[in-house]
Design a protein. Structure first.
Length: 230
C-alpha cells in the first residue's frame, strides 16, 4: 500500500469523525418544545409535530373549529377542544338539536273517569297518558274546570264550589249531579310541559252518571259553567 493511499484513508476517517462529532454536538430542534399541543420529533431539517386530537398547524397551535360544518341543526354550536356542544333552540333536543320535542296530549285521560256514588264529596282526579317521545319528565298543570250543569242547580245538593285544584298538578271535582238531569260531565283543562322543553294542552272529562246501568249516562252537554265558582 502506497503512502498516498494510506494518507487518503486517514484523511477520510478524520473527516468522518469530525462530522460525527459535529452531529452529536448539534442541539435537538425539539429541545425548545415547539409543538404547543403535540409531540415533537427531530428531523434532518428541523422538527415535525404530531398534533393531539382537535389541534392543527405546524406547531399544533390552532384549535380545529368543530363547529365549521354547522352540526347543530336547530341551535347554536359551541366549539371545544376536539368536540362541540349544541345549545338547542326551544322545542328541540339531541346532540345535534335535530329531535323535535313533541308532547302528545291527544291520548290523555282522567283518572278516575267516572264518579260513583254521588255523595257530594270532592274526589281527586289526575291526568294520565301525556307522553314525551324523547323521554323527558312531564309535568301537568290544571288550568281550568267546567261542567255542563249549574254549580248550584236543582237537585244537586246545593254544595259549591264543585271543583278545586286550578294551578296545581291535580284537580278535585265533586261527585254530584242533578237528580232530574242526565248526569254531569266535568271538563278539566290542563297544560303539559316536559323537562326537554316541549309542551301541549288538552282537556279530559270526568262523568257522574244519573244512575247505574246502561242508560244512566252521563250525557255531555258541554263546558257551560265554571266549576270553581262558589
Amino acid at each position: 500500500m502506497s503512502c498516498r493511499t494510506t494518507a487518503s484513508r486517514l484523511l477520510l476517517f478524520a473527516l468522518f469523525l469530525l462530522l460525527a462529532t459535529a452531529a452529536q454536538a448539534q442541539p435537538s430542534a425539539c429541545a425548545s418544545e415547539p409543538c404547543v399541543n403535540g409531540d415533537c420529533t427531530d428531523t434532518v431539517n428541523g422538527f415535525s409535530c404530531a398534533c393531539y386530537p382537535g389541534w392543527t398547524g405546524i406547531t399544533c397551535e390552532t384549535d380545529i373549529d368543530e363547529c365549521e360544518s354547522n352540526p347543530c341543526v336547530h341551535g347554536v354550536c359551541l366549539d371545544a377542544v376536539n368536540k362541540y356542544v349544541c345549545d338547542c333552540d326551544p322545542g328541540w333536543t339531541g346532540i345535534n338539536c335535530d329531535h323535535d320535542i313533541k308532547l302528545n296530549c291527544s291520548d290523555a285521560v282522567a283518572n278516575p273517569g267516572l264518579l260513583w256514588p254521588p255523595d257530594h264529596k270532592l274526589v281527586p282526579v289526575s291526568v294520565l297518558d301525556v307522553t314525551d317521545p324523547n323521554g323527558g319528565t312531564v309535568t301537568i298543570t290544571v288550568t281550568g274546570v267546567s261542567q255542563d250543569e249549574p254549580v248550584n242547580g236543582l237537585g244537586d245538593g246545593d254544595t259549591s264550589p264543585d271543583a278545586t285544584g286550578v294551578g296545581t298538578t291535580n284537580a278535585a271535582v265533586r261527585a254530584e249531579r242533578a237528580g232530574n238531569s242526565d248526569g254531569r260531565v266535568y271538563h278539566i283543562s290542563f297544560s303539559a310541559t316536559s323537562s326537554n322543553g316541549g309542551s301541549c294542552t288538552g282537556t279530559v272529562t270526568v262523568g257522574v252518571p244519573k244512575s247505574q246501568g246502561p242508560n244512566g249516562g252521563p250525557v255531555d252537554g258541554g263546558a257551560l259553567h265554571d266549576s270553581t265558582q262558589p
